[in-house]
Design a protein around this ligand. Structure first.
Ligand SMILES: [Zn+2]
Length: 256
């Protein structure tokens, strides 16, 4: 029995040690991101102080990204996987892409190399795109939440970074404490479409039962749109909390 207790204590100790290492790693990555000379994340060219418009990509590479796709194409994808009730009202995405596109390199650098400024800057670009459509006034910008264990692993939620960029462009408040993930889910990247749907079903819940979103127009934000499963289930939770209309905004729309 005592051995079991000791083993358990050792396990807990190892866990906290690992968490400490991960926190230090995140801090170091952010510091390197802040202090190192800037190079284009795509072609590697040095970005001089004076001419650079973005902190992480040269203008040549930025201009090569394809233009945004119409909302209807994003909706076709949502309808394909969720033909029933309309949960999402409108959808924006900054770049169409494939898994091998250069833009995915940027998303990878943001998520796994701690280049947080990529999220804020591309979020600002996404905000400018949404601003072209002045019909909708949003009450809140809500990022898709990540599980607290993943937050500890990564050190930040990339959807919050993007949301901050959009908020700067649109001058709308963000709501980071509205919903949460009830359980830790496997990353969607390696899953089939059906597995993705199952993986995120009922995973989003209100952060507090007292939150009421009656009559609110929301902009729901994530980094990548693939099948739309994560956004759909997140939006479903927000509608159950009373939200009136929900539009989605993603940096990338991954085509088939
Ligand atoms: Zn470049």
């Amino acid at each position: 029995m005592n051995i079991l207790v000791i083993r358990f204590a050792q396990l807990i100790e190892s866990y906290f040690f690992l968490m400490k290492i991960l926190t230090i790693k995140t801090f170091l990555m952010s510091f390197i991101d802040f202090a190192s000379p800037r190079r284009c994340e795509i072609c590697g060219v040095y970005l001089g102080e004076s001419e650079r418009q973005h902190e992480f990509i040269c203008e040549d590479c930025f201009d090569k990204f394809p233009p945004p796709i119409p909302s209807e194409l994003i909706f076709d994808r949502i309808k394909k996987f969720y033909p029933g009730e309309k949960i999402i009202d409108n959808a924006y995405s900054l770049f169409p892409a494939t898994e091998k596109s250069d833009i995915m390199e940027l998303i990878h650098s943001m998520k796994y190399r701690g280049f947080s400024r990529i999220g804020k800057e591309l979020g600002f670009e996404l905000g400018k795109l949404i601003n072209v459509n002045p019909n909708k006034i949003y009450d809140l910008i809500i990022p898709v939440p990540i599980h607290h264990a993943r937050l500890r692993e990564r050190g930040f939620n990339q959807s919050e970074l993007i949301s901050n960029g959009i908020a700067n462009a649109l001058d709308i408040p963000t709501g980071f404490d509205i919903i949460k993930r009830a359980r830790y889910t496997q990353t969607q990247t390696q899953l089939t479409a059906q597995e993705r749907k199952k993986n995120v079903e009922d995973v989003f819940v209100p952060k507090k039962v007292s939150i009421n979103l009656s009559g609110k127009n929301l902009l729901l934000v994530d980094d990548v749109f693939t099948t739309g499963s994560t956004l759909y289930h997140c939006a479903k939770c927000l509608k159950e909390m009373g939200a009136s209309q929900i539009d989605t905004a993603t940096l990338v729309f991954v085509g088939s």
